[in-house]
Design a protein around this ligand. Sequence first.
Ligand code: NAP
Length: 525
Amino acid sequence: MQVVGEMIIGRTAVQGKEGTVKAIDPSRNVEIEPAFGLAGAADLQRAAELADKAFDIYRATGLEERAKFLETIADRILDLGPTLIERAMQETGLPQARLEGERGRTVGQLRLFAKVVREGRFQSATLDSALPDRAPAPRPDLRLRKIGLGPVAVFGASNFPLAFSVAGGDTASALAAGCPVIVKAHSAHLGTSELVGKAVAKAAEECNMPEGVFSMLIGSGQTIGQNLVSHPAIKAVGFTGSRAGGVALMHTAAARKEPIPVYAEMSSINPVFLLPGALDNPKLPQQFADSLTLGAGQFCTNPGLLIALKSDKLQAFVDAAAGTIGAKPSQTMLTPGIHKAYTSGVKGLAGVDGVKQVAIGQTGDLPCGAQAFLYQVEAKRFLTDTALEGEIFGPTSLLVVAENEEELLAVAEHLEGQLTGAVHATADDKALAAKLLPVLERKVGRILFNGFGTGVEVAYAMVHGGPFPSTSDSRTTSVGASAIDRFLRPVSYQDVPAYLLPESLQDANPQNIPRVVNGDLVWNG
Ligand code: NAP
């Protein structure tokens, strides 16, 4: 399949007529062919109308039918073969192995959600039988299930051009929930988006899904993205990107005549606490340097902050980390804009009073190359300047040195909401770790021990979320099976005649799903 510069509106590939834009190869900082047509108001209106019309038809699809659709999307993505990987490499500067791995994850996510759909538990089917003879008042027959919210707008992430983009986690979980999806393609990987968008459209056609179950618009966030979120047909938003972009969409969604939920994953510096016992681990400096520089540091779970107690062992860690970081080459960043933001973020940090550079990676002559850094600051200084908590998206971290345990805990308490919080500790650190844990529970979505947050498992028990500003809604996750909950809402059916009840709530349980019946979990029947 060739990239020709088209978006997808329903089943149709469309060339936008509101101007053109080209993708950029960040490894050379040059535009690449072809030109992509930009969507206008009429394109958005058509996609929204189709999605609105598709909603009732799509949400009525059987569990098997919907699961098959998700699996067919996965198959059609794999059919794209090397064409997809080559285009993604060109547009993002990410290496082949990383993108092949990410494709595997994307396909794996779609298949996981197919399983979630087949299992049917996501509907939370719950039955309370009528008690007509109950005194003083009878109890009605009550039955609850969860249904999709309606059409969802998805904003793909620049740093995961496959797994968090057109057919990534947000799209897969929204489709699994029974919601049509309209993607606002990320301008950082337009050709990759076109290829994947067409694969989804092909799967929709093959599986006889309604025309508006999926569309993908090309245009800028400020115009088409904002108008999409404002459109009355849209009932929820999934977003991964900058704090500024996510907050702008939260405001737009809240200001609508009908406000809608925004699930935005934004900014996180992922504190890593190095407790004294863990500093004896000779592999720690290397493990940290590897996590810091993985994917040029362009992970939302990148370890942007280290916190430790002042000691000779800590100095030895810093010296060893300086050696390993010093050997790390400069790496191409995703876009010239992200590179510029990184360079200016590092410059800003380096210029702060009391902040000193303790490690520096290699330079190179890549036009969008990111050099790795480790800076250090005293906890007292950190606690007085919230600017030191800002995310620097790329391979730079700040080590905060505390004089004592109270100061270390004060730093933990001072932090904004985070996706992850890591603790490196041994049994000797038990007392301090036990004080830290309840603080981290309030601050982060995932607590991990003796590891780094980079590498987010797609699983049932995963939480990739956290308090603001890491996300806009800490009650959910954007990775793993529970991500489907974001796009569902409960409906209770009181005394609805049996012949009108949805399958999941019928007495005979034709879907054969686990349900809660009169307060007890019943696996079958
Ligand atoms: P971004 O600028 O927030 O863009 C993400 C998506 O949202 C794009 O499709 C963009 O449209 C759109 N958008 C941006 N601002 C908008 C607005 N005000 N209204 C409506 N839509 C808007 O993020 P990015 O380009 O991926 O990366 C830029 C910065 O975001 C990075 O330097 C980094 O700081 C941060 N980032 C964080 C994470 C994370 O996981 N924490 C991940 C990626 C990036 P366009 O296509 O028109 O730009």
